[in-house]
Design a protein around this ligand. Sequence first.
Ligand SMILES: *Cc1c(COP(=O)(O)O)cnc(C)c1O
Length: 413
Amino acid sequence: MNYENSLSFARSLDQKDHLSSYRNEFHYPKDDHENELIYFCGNSLGLQPKSASKQMDKEFSMWSKMGVLGQEERWIAYHEKLTKPFANLVGGKDTEVVAMNALTVNIHLLLISFYQPEKRKIKILMEKDAFPSDHYAIQSHIEFHGYKLKDILIEVAPRVGEKVMRDQDIIDLIEKNSEELALIYLGGLNYYTGQALDIEAITSIAISKGIKVGFNLAHSAGNVPLELHDWGVDFAAWCTYKYLCGGPGAPAGTFIHDRHHDWKGPRLLGWWGHNKESRFEMPSLFDPIQTSEAWQISNAPIMGMAPLIASMEIFNQVGMSSISQKGKQLSSFLEYVLKNTLPEVNIITPKKRGCQLSIAVPGGRDVFNFLHDEGVVCDWRNPDVIRVAPHPLFNSFVEIFRFVQILKNAIEK
Ligand SMILES: *Cc1c(COP(=O)(O)O)cnc(C)c1O
């Protein structure tokens, strides 16, 4: 698409945008003088859908009026309201997805099952620049099996002088170490650089070499199109408070490919993973649900899920194809306006990405503070990176144009 670096052009993009009205479905943050902020932090905490409080009220009212009878009415199957939307979100079957727990907790549950070192096949490949929680989780499982981190971990990183990884380097590393790798665990889209990995290609090589492969989709789910079932990914997990607007600490999502549903390996068990027909007969012998729900442990946090159900209704209505398309347009327009206004700004994020751009700015922290004072909400990552993530459901092209003008003032100051 041919862009122009002007406010009127940004307005024309907003006029053509089929998703522009969805902004009204969210509470949009304002400053002390009731002016709308420029909220580019959807990658950190998505905004609150206006329908969220209605969903909450329904459950509060049910609880107050009916007490435990509410359980019979609806709470036993409440998490199932998220099944269809989650399946659509990540390209999974209904049986392959489940909403439960928090992201890192789910990663632990999945690693218990899917990291099964044996004989020579004991190593784990992950990103050197993964999110800290991923490093900690992987470390726990390596030590849990009695190994030392340095003997197990193979880390993939950008080449010297480069900012992002090459998919081919990951694939070469897998091929080189295929005899020793038990697990490949990667972020689908890196939280710091905004780089999207080629999940399909990585999964395909992993499967051909008999290596389990799982992805942390914290920054992919709700941002880029995913086809986890068709790609053959073994497992994945994602949080729902970032792009997915489920609210702070909202329950996370999990995907387990259906070829694993007749699972005979290790798994942490709880009564919510037990066959629904006989669960309340309170048997002491575990009979697993023959879906990803078998990995559930406890009954679902209804009050945490209510706002997520509200936001997933919006996602389901719009569809990931429109959402990811607009996300791409937002980041390309941002890239274009940045390059034409501030050539000195270094964009780290490669073309394979979603809606987030990570930019290294001259002036660093002072520039970030200036942006903050001018009503721009984005985030700062040491040593010099500002992450800017316009959200397809509530941000506009005009905001992108305005943001770059404010950034220009900030750098000139
Ligand atoms: C946000 C994020 C997390 C957060 O983990 P929680 O368990 O939800 O606190 C973990 N991993 C990645 C890659 C993230 O981006």
